[in-house]
Design a protein around this ligand. Sequence first.
Ligand code: SF4
Ligand code: SF4
Length: 299
Amino acid sequence: MAMKLTVLYRGPLSSCNFGCEYCPFGKWKQDDAELAEDRAGVERFVGWVESRPYPVSVFFTPWGEGLIRPWYQEALVRLTNLPHVERAAIQTNLSCTLEWVERCQPEKLGIWATFHPEWMKRRRFVAQCERLSALGVRYSAGMVGFRRFAEEAEALRRELPSDVYLWINAVKDGKEERYTPEDVERFSRVDPLFPLNNTHHPSLGKACRTGESVISVDGAGSARRCHFVREFLGNIYEPGFEQALRPRPCAKATCGCHIGYVHLDYLEMDRVFGSGILERVPVEPLWQAQRSASRISHS
Ligand code: SF4
Ligand code: SF4
């Protein structure tokens, strides 16, 4: 098969303008030298993507908030305007300005927008989403599934455009949040795919596209198969690094994050998300997505 690569990029950025108590990067500040290092990493990476002779998709998954930094905005503008880039997506709290989006090729941009109700007013988040809709950008909106957010999630569902998928990320630490069947039902009414996310998917020995057509890359260019396996595959800035890419089964017992399990072959998540797999936008109307989810959770 002709080569194609999806890169999940996570550089040294680890600061954020929000202060979510459940996040280690909340209100964390980085000095100018640290930010300059992050910027240089992003710019070098975009230059590398520019020079690839094969189709590439990019997903920025920073620890902190990237889109309040102009170099992430510029990276998305540059990437979406490259003919061989199929998609350039980013996870964000959506607190940024959106003027830069007008310079992107909107059909190639993907936004994974997380609403943090303790740090942003719902009406401002919805207004930002409506702006993305008006600009023709494909995006998903979502929230962390703390039980104390359930009412807010229901309100957000009512206020978002009906064709926008709202996901709820299950809190699966087993300590802080223990869902009752009623909690699961309640979140599943907001997000029909909630049961799929509320699962530690068995992955040991299973075929997973990471390490072959999907990789995770850090600010220095070190490539790993995914964000959850530390094994070093090579450095993308070394000529011919692509030779290290090949099929490899997963060595971890389970995979519980959307950005990981969607690449497990047996889950067939490309049938649910299609080309919206990175920014988490299902291809099908949600009632069909729900049917796919129940087929998967019962298989
Ligand atoms: S918005 Fe995201 S990165 Fe920022 S503090 Fe909250 S969870 Fe962390
Ligand atoms: S299944 Fe998950 S943990 Fe295993 S290799 Fe794939 S993405 Fe990584």
